[in-house]
Design a protein around this ligand. Structure first.
Ligand code: CAA
Length: 260
């Protein structure tokens, strides 16, 4: 395993099938400096390639998942620096993972922290989690997906209110609005995420990856295109070994399927 400065990487759960990446820059509440984001991408993609890993958890500390982009790194940039340097490009490393990524969010998930959580596939929240896009208070707007992924997750009116007021929502609201799937006591959050990862790990890694691709297409494609690609991806599963489990379960289906 490569050594990291800003993250820790472990494997947890049954057969070590769940990767766990923990943001580890506690003094700055896991503010997302460039070095940290590069390490997040490297760690996630290393686990994504690990054949024993079925799902990956991204978490922070009990106080902060991440308090946003590093304001100290940001404050002296001007438009030319941002534009010519492609500021925040390459922050979406998490979205390159084929395996499901679970964000386990305790404490603050603000600005880039909320955006990073939303790049994951499933969000579990700790009871004290706070999700928000406070950029407006700094005189800027979300720049890593906040206006886009949040709107898709919670709907336009709620996303608009969060982005133009900068006011955060709590864990229960995040669950009620569909941003998070469940809420847990802070000290049990990672264990719950590991259980979810283990559950995913009971299925074919290949078919889970194909399924993830198809669900995520719903964020990108029109319904017509999404349904078309879903059908094609469904067909590809018939070329996998996993489909044999269906054949064993439903012999008549298997015989019919074999004859095609
Ligand atoms: N960048 C850099 N440092 C940060 C930081 C950030 N986003 N958030 C917190 N820190 C640092 C603080 O500077 C402080 O460091 P020092 O002790 O060296 O001064 C340390 O973390 C602890 O922070 P606080 O003392 O402020 O802790 P608190 O408990 O009183 O408050 C907080 C917590 C409400 C999260 C507060 O820290 C805060 O408001 N942080 C900024 C949140 C924010 O505006 N995020 C959006 C950033 S912009 C962005 O993300 C753009 C984008 O779309 C990508």
């Amino acid at each position: 395993c490569p050594s990291y400065e800003y993250v820790t990487v472990e494997k947890r759960g049954e057969g070590s099938c769940v990767g766990l990446v923990t943001l580890n820059r506690p003094k700055a509440l896991n503010a997302l400096c460039d070095g940290l984001m590069k390490e997040v991408e490297a760690a996630m993609l290393t686990l994504d390639k690990d054949p024993g890993v079925a799902a990956i958890i991204l978490t922070g500390s009990e106080k902060a998942f991440a308090a946003g982009a590093d304001i100290k790194e940001m404050q002296n940039k001007d438009f030319v620096d941002c534009y010519m340097g492609n500021f925040l490009e390459g922050w979406d490393g998490v979205t390159k993972c084929k395996k499901p990524v679970i964000a386990a969010v305790n404490g603050y998930a603000l600005g880039g922290g909320c955006e990073l959580a939303m790049m994951c596939d499933i969000i579990l929240a700790g009871e004290k989690a706070r999700f928000g896009q406070p950029e407006i208070a700094l005189g800027t707007i979300p720049g890593a997906g906040g206006t886009q992924r949040l709107t898709r997750a919670v709907g336009k009116s709620r996303a608009m209110q969060m982005c133009v007021t900068g006011d955060p929502i709590n864990a229960q609201q995040a669950k009620d609005w569909g941003l998070a799937t469940s809420v847990h006591p802070p000290d049990q959050l990672v264990a719950e995420a590991v259980k979810l990862g283990e559950r995913i790990g009971q299925h074919s890694k290949l078919v889970v990856a194909i399924c993830k691709e198809s669900v995520n297409n719903a964020q990108e494609l029109s319904l017509h295109e999404g349904l078309h690609v879903e059908k094609r991806l469904f067909y590809t599963t018939f070329a996998t070994v996993s489909i044999f489990s269906i054949r064993t379960l439903f012999t008549s289906f298997g015989q019919k399927n074999n004859s095609i």
